[in-house]
Unconditional design. Structure first.
Length: 204
């Protein structure tokens, strides 16, 4: 992260529906905030919002109200643990979440908050939702959680290709539900990184 100071907005997404009550986005936001940086954590997963549960926050209003022009960002931010970490929960589930997150208002919101925060971390919906690719193209970097014990490397490669077509910048991969054997883990990573390198070379 020290070498990626220009990356201020980061989307964390998953190749499958979140199967537990943890969030890499939340962990990352807390870690960066503890280092003294100002961090905004936003729950953009309207399908299965999780951030308010992790931090025991009310979720009566949130991002949905902002994107529907009912609230301003300052009125939605909730301070967590210390003043360095601010959280915007998802709010009530909108009828058409993909339309809200594809709207330019979301991009304007991200750009405006760059002036106030060192990092903006988005807890995103799984990558198979339509709005996730749109958000991936609007942020500075994407962290992708993959599940080699659940999906074949070809599926994860297809996800990477989908994001790269939007111009998204994948800055990290988190492996969850790893194969039992170290040899299988190494083979999966090698195939994935080789594919990513080839894709970048062919598109440059």
């Amino acid at each position: 992260m020290n070498h990626l100071k220009s990356i201020k907005t980061i989307l964390v997404t998953n190749t499958r529906t979140y199967s537990d009550s943890t969030s890499v986005a939340a962990d990352l936001a807390e870690l960066i905030a503890k280092s003294g940086r100002r961090v905004l954590l936003v729950d953009t997963d309207f399908h299965r919002p999780l951030i308010h549960q992790l931090f025991h926050l009310p979720n009566r209003v949130g991002l949905a109200d902002l994107l529907s022009n009912r609230k301003k960002p300052e009125g939605l931010m909730q301070c967590v643990n210390n003043s360095k970490l601010q959280v915007i929960t998802s709010g009530q589930t909108p009828r058409h979440p993909q339309e809200l997150l594809k709207d330019m208002k979301f991009n304007h919101f991200l750009q405006s908050q760059k002036q106030s925060f060192d990092k903006i971390i988005l807890h995103g919906p799984p990558c198979f939702h339509e709005e996730t690719a749109t958000m991936a193209s609007q942020v500075d970097g994407v962290i992708l959680m993959i599940h080699p014990g659940y999906a074949k490397s070809e599926i994860s490669r297809a996800v990477i290709e989908k994001f790269q077509r939007t111009g998204a910048n994948i800055i990290g991969i988190v492996m969850r539900d790893q194969p039992k054997h170290t040899q299988s883990q190494s083979a999966f990573i090698k195939r994935l990184l080789t594919y990513d390198k080839q894709t970048r070379l062919s598109s440059s």
